[in-house]
Each structure stands twice: as C-alpha cells, then as structure tokens.
Write a new protein. Structure first.
Length: 313
C-alpha cells in the first residue's frame, strides 16, 4: 500500500506541469469550475496538487523507498480521471443549491402574496368562488366569476381579491337599495341600472388586467435577477440586454396593472358613496307622533313635575 502511494505521488507530481501548461492555454480544460481563470490554474497546479503529492510521498516513506508501477500509472491518470468526476459533482451540487434557492424564493413569494391577500381583505368581504357561483347569480356576478378565474389562471391572486371586494360592494349597495325602495319603483330600477353599469365597467377593467398579466406570466423575475447577479460580468452584451429587457417588461406591466387597480378603487369608492347616500334617504313613515326633541322635552318636564310632587308629600 505504501509503495502504491509512493508511485501515485510521483505520477501525480509529474502531471502538474503539463496540466499547468494546458490550463494556461485554456483554463476550461484544466479546471472543473464554471468560470475558470488562469490564476486558479496556477493555484491548483503549482500549490494544491504538488502539496497533495508531497504529502502522500512523505506519508509513504514509512515503508521505505519502493514506488510501484501501478501506483505511478494511477497518479498519471488521476487528474484526467478526476476532472469529469469533479465537474459532475459540482454541477449536481450547483443544481441542488439552485433548487433549494428556488424553493426558498417561491416560499417567500407565496408568503408575501399570502400576506398581501390578508392585508387586502377588508372586514366583511365575501369570497367569490368562480367554480361555484352563488345561487341565482345574475349576468354581472357570473362575469365577476369569469374575471376572477382569469386572474387566478395567470397566478395573480393578489389582483383576484379586487373581484371579491367588487362583489361585496355590489351586494351591499343592492341590499341598501332593497331596503330603501320597492323593487318595482322607478328609482330602484334607475339606481340598479347605474350600479350595474359601474360594476360591468369594473369587470372589464379586471379582464384587461388579466390580459396584461398573461403577457408576462412566463417571465420569471427571480430567475432573471439571479442570473444578472450571479453571471453579470460573464454575460455578453446581447444576453445581458435581453435579460434587462425582460425585467423592464415586468416593471412596465406592473405599472399598467397599478393604474388599472386605481380604476377599480375608484369604482369601489363610487359604490361606497352610493350606499351611504341611499342609506340617508328616509322612505319609511315615522312611527312617532312628535319629534325626538319634543318628546325629550316633554319627558324632562314630566320628571321635574314628579319630583316637585314628591317633595310636597
């Protein structure tokens, strides 16, 4: 065994100079890394490999000087045999690290979107299920279901929440109208038509948002940013420009989506104003024969009179 190590150390040391020359000519042939450099070649074949061969030679001297031919041949082929193995191992480790980073990024994205969804939901917001529309849903509610499904199909649940908010506002306004007017009244029909038109316009905006988001659904922003951060110096000008353009597309699309979201918020505000204004309308006949202030004044006078009568007794 010691003779094998001695022969192996001699063969390994002998191959350092040839591999150094090969690496200086083309670092990619002598190094298993993805971005080789001549400085790494010099460090590997002038320091690391000679140190390993010297350490093996010193260790094998305990058994005397008896290098074996088989060990010498094994040392000569050690580097060309180890390079592809090391390349394969490094690629496997790199893919494993990328998978872990991608899983971590996806988990962070999901967590961030879940937090956005929790923050976006307001008190009393009803969740609209596109697969199971409410019983007796009209054309407007069905259109809301289709718009929400379109947003979910492009992986934008943060925007699909707007559909739930619109549906909740619509239901609230219609409940207020039903309390203030009878179904057959002209005021009810006129108000219902205006509210429906506002909601249909908001649904059209949601559909446009889904179309805008579908255009960049295949662009992975995290992947593009990761490549620019990891390989920015090694990328060619054309490839770098293409990656930067992808990020620009994401930014431009997100800017358009923000503008469309502002339209939805305006429609929701109009529906809130409508509900508040309709709630202020008094259509029922008052049940009290006098006003509240007059009743309070009469009650106060009655209590004062009762107190004076009690003092006389």
């Amino acid at each position: 065994m010691l003779g094998f190590l001695q022969g192996f150390s001699y063969g390994l040391f002998m191959t350092c100079l040839p591999w150094l020359l090969v690496g200086l000519f083309n670092p990619g042939l002598a190094l298993p890394v993805t971005a080789p450099s001549r400085l790494q070649v010099i460090a590997r074949y002038c320091l690391v490999v000679p140190f390993i061969s010297m350490l093996l030679w010193l260790t094998s001297l305990w058994g005397g000087f008896s290098p074996s031919l088989f060990g010498w041949l094994a040392g000569i082929v050690a580097i060309p045999a180890a390079l592809p193995v090391e390349r394969t191992l490094r690629r496997w480790l790199a893919r494993r690290r990328e998978r872990r980073q991608e899983a971590q990024r996806q988990a962070e994205v999901n967590q961030r979107r879940a937090q956005q969804e929790r923050n976006a939901y307001e008190t009393g917001v009803s969740v609209l299920d596109p697969a199971r529309p409410p019983v007796g849903a009209n054309d407007l509610v069905l259109a809301m279901c289709r718009a929400k499904q379109s947003l979910l199909d492009v992986h934008r649940p943060d925007l699909a929440i707007l559909t739930d908010r619109l549906y909740s506002r619509y239901q609230h306004v219609m409940d207020v109208l039903g309390e203030r007017f009878h179904t057959g009244e002209l005021a009810f029909e006129r108000s219902q038509g205006l509210v429906t038109q506002v909601c249909f316009g908001a649904v059209d905006t949601l559909t446009t948002m889904a179309s805008q988001a579908r255009g960049v659904v295949s662009v992975d922003g995290n992947y593009v940013r990761g490549r620019l951060n990891r390989e920015g110096k090694r990328l060619g000008d054309e490839e770098r420009a293409a990656l930067v353009r992808r990020l620009d597309l994401l930014v431009e699309t997100e800017h358009r989506l923000n503008k469309l979201s502002a339209r939805i918020e305006s429609a929701l505000t109009v529906l809130d104003d409508t509900a508040v204004s309709m709630a202020r309308i008094e259509t029922a006949r008052p049940q009290a024969s006098v006003t509240t202030d007059k009743a309070l004044e009469d009650l106060r006078l009655f209590v004062e009179g009762a107190d004076r009568y009690a003092r006389k007794d």
